[in-house]
Design a binder for this molecule. Structure first.
Ligand code: COI
Length: 355
């Protein structure tokens, strides 16, 4: 498919890198294409960034039939721009599409069009260490209709946002509240799909956590509220007695690409790593025995985020003396090193956009 390109007549002023924050500044252009049952995905276009005109009855507004992704473009020291495992994002997007009854996209075309967009916007990729261009591919149901069924038509779009750290703490340890009051996902539900409803479902617990002085919520399983699942904005890892442990994917946990990268690097380095169910009681017991060495989150937006404090039912534990542990630091340095082209890419994750 040929991509139609309409460039913006007026260009926005780019912010200073130290004023970026996360997710509130958008570049000059966006990519869109539409789906119709007779034509499939069609009309791919790069056009000036701007609002959509959508009928108030648009099905996405009413039933949340949609999926999204998150990945980043990085500026290298040699002046190039590169992507990290972009095809894995498009593969996951298609898995989310299947769960949400949305027609799949062509992964190779999604990558080609993303490269074209990022190339056009390369001047927006910030250069300061630890900043990047966050990429948000999204699909929404667009039939103007009020009955509950899968939509016939859809829009796919990609917007770009230059970003700094996701958490205001940066790479400093965050405090996490373990909730039993709410659950994020249930067995047989949509927990493993990257769909907006999962995030809407997390808001109230997140607000309560903020009010109590915590950055995020750690979700337990929806069935027994016994096993650790994820943080919502990232997957979770524990280092217990020298072993790296993360909850096994069970249908209600998001299969994070940074999660997978941590596991793949750990195996590449010969580090002991397990994906298995892990109970919150086991975490607390390990802490009691002095074996809980580190806890950290892993996600595209959050990268590697050390956890310094957990609060479960009012029982507060401090991890790695509230500091950054060596394992979290090692993954942070290795993943960022690959993403920014400072280190070799031993597992073939980098896709260059410009040299
Ligand atoms: C990401 O890590 O890219 C996500 O989509 C998580 C979101 C909470 C920012």
């Amino acid at each position: 498919m040929e991509i139609r390109i309409e460039t913006a007549k007026e260009k926005k002023t780019k912010p200073e890198d130290d004023k970026l924050g996360f997710g509130s500044i958008f570049t000059d252009h966006m990519f869109s294409m539409d789906y119709h049952p007779e034509t499939g995905w069609h009309a791919p276009r790069i056009e000036p960034y701007g609002p959509f005109r959508l009928d108030p009855s648009t099905m996405f507004f009413h039933y949340g039939q949609g999926v999204f992704e998150g990945l980043k473009a990085y500026h290298t020291d040699t002046g190039g721009v590169q992507l990290f495992r972009p095809l894995d994002n498009f593969k996951r997007m298609n898995r989310s599409c299947r769960r949400m009854c949305i027609p799949e996209i062509d992964e190779a075309f999604a990558l080609e069009s993303l490269k074209a967009l990022v190339k056009l916007e390369k001047g927006w990729v910030p250069k300061t260490p630890e900043t990047s261009l966050y990429i948000r591919p999204t699909i929404i149901a667009t039939d103007p209709f009020l009955g509950v069924r899968a939509s016939n038509t859809y829009r796919y779009f990609v917007i770009l946002s230059p970003v700094g750290a996701y958490y205001p703490e940066g790479f400093n340890p965050i405090k996490i509240l373990v909730t039993r009051e709410y659950v994020r996902a249930v067995r047989g539900g949509v927990g493993e799909a990257k769909t907006p409803g999962n995030y809407a479902a997390s808001l109230l617990a997140g607000e309560k956590a903020h009010q109590a002085g915590y950055t995020q919520v750690l979700w337990l399983d929806g069935r027994e509220q016994k096993y650790v699942e994820e943080v919502g904005s990232m997957n979770i890892f524990f280092v217990i007695d020298g072993e790296l442990i993360t909850p096994a994917l069970n249908g209600s946990i998001l299969p994070g690409i940074t999660r997978d990268s941590v596991l793949a690097l750990a195996r590449h380095w010969g580090m002991k790593a397990a994906e298995r169910p892990i109970g919150i009681d086991e975490v607390y017991q390990a802490h009691g025995e002095g074996k809980l060495e580190e806890v950290f989150g892993a996600g595209t937006a959050a990268v590697i985020s050390p956890v310094g404090e957990l609060n479960y039912d009012g029982k507060i534990i401090h991890i790695a003396e509230g500091g950054v542990g060596p394992v979290a630091k090692k993954f942070f340095d290795a993943i960022m090193g690959i993403q920014y082209g400072r280190e070799k890419d031993p597992l073939g994750w980098i896709v260059p956009v410009t040299d």
